[in-house]
Design a protein around this ligand. Structure first.
Ligand SMILES: Cc1cc2nc3c(=O)[nH]c(=O)nc-3n(C[C@H](O)[C@H](O)[C@H](O)COP(=O)(O)O)c2cc1C
Length: 193
């Protein structure tokens, strides 16, 4: 089945040497080779300020780059979000982006609570890289920041199912393991999952 995919590359540093960009690229390559329609959005290249008030969140006019991102999300049936774990969670720039994008009039009807998601019918994959072993993040730290993204932002907006790919001990990883991860991403891209 041909899918409309939006990949959100949440690494704050545009330097192409980063593993996250390579994982994103491999996913895009796989998706394109299988005929999916995929667009990539690089948060590092967008122009937006931090959201600073509930009034802005509720009724403000989002900056142009945020409106374009909302359109991209609305048009997609599958979202892929890639980020490095920084201080136990997503980088502040990505959180700032999500606060701008997931405004009530776009993402949720707050009066209806958890049933008020406006983005139903879309699935997602979250890809996280980290210095610690992925098992330690998942089982010792209970993947708290991943769960927060999944439950409090994506599922709250009606997006599910949500799958994840965690890559740990990424610093100084061997070429062989890195290639295996890239192959894995390409396969997921091909499958549109
Ligand atoms: C500011 C900062 C904070 C970090 N905090 C964590 C952390 O809390 N836990 C962890 O396992 N790794 C942490 N790391 C390591 C990054 O997750 C790792 O460098 C990144 O996933 C590598 O991917 P990249 O090459 O795409 O940047 C941190 C790195 C930076 C720069």
């Amino acid at each position: 089945m041909r899918r409309e995919i939006l990949l959100i590359d949440g690494h704050p540093d545009p330097d192409s040497a980063h593993l996250d960009h390579a994982l994103a690229e491999a996913y895009v390559r796989g998706a394109e080779s299988a005929g999916h329609a995929i667009r990539r959005l690089r948060v590092a290249e967008l122009d937006f300020p931090l959201l600073r008030s509930k009034a802005d969140f509720d009724t403000g006019t989002p900056p142009d780059d945020i409106v374009a991102a909302q359109r991209g999300i609305a048009a997609a049936d599958h979202l892929v979000i890639v980020f490095p774990l920084w201080l136990g969670g997503m980088p502040a720039l990505l959180k700032g982006f999500l606060e701008q994008v997931f405004r009530p009039d776009f993402a949720f009807d707050l009066e209806k609570g958890p049933m008020g998601g406006r983005l139903k019918g879309k699935s997602a994959r979250v890809i996280v890289t980290m210095g610690m072993p992925a098992l330690a993040y998942r089982w010792y730290y209970r993947a708290h920041s991943l769960k927060s993204l999944e439950r409090n932002i994506l599922k709250f907006a009606g997006i599910e199912p949500i799958r994840d790919s965690l890559y740990g001990m990424v610093e100084g990883v061997s070429d062989e393991t890195r290639q295996r991860w890239l192959d894995e991403m390409e396969k997921l891209g091909k499958a549109g999952r």
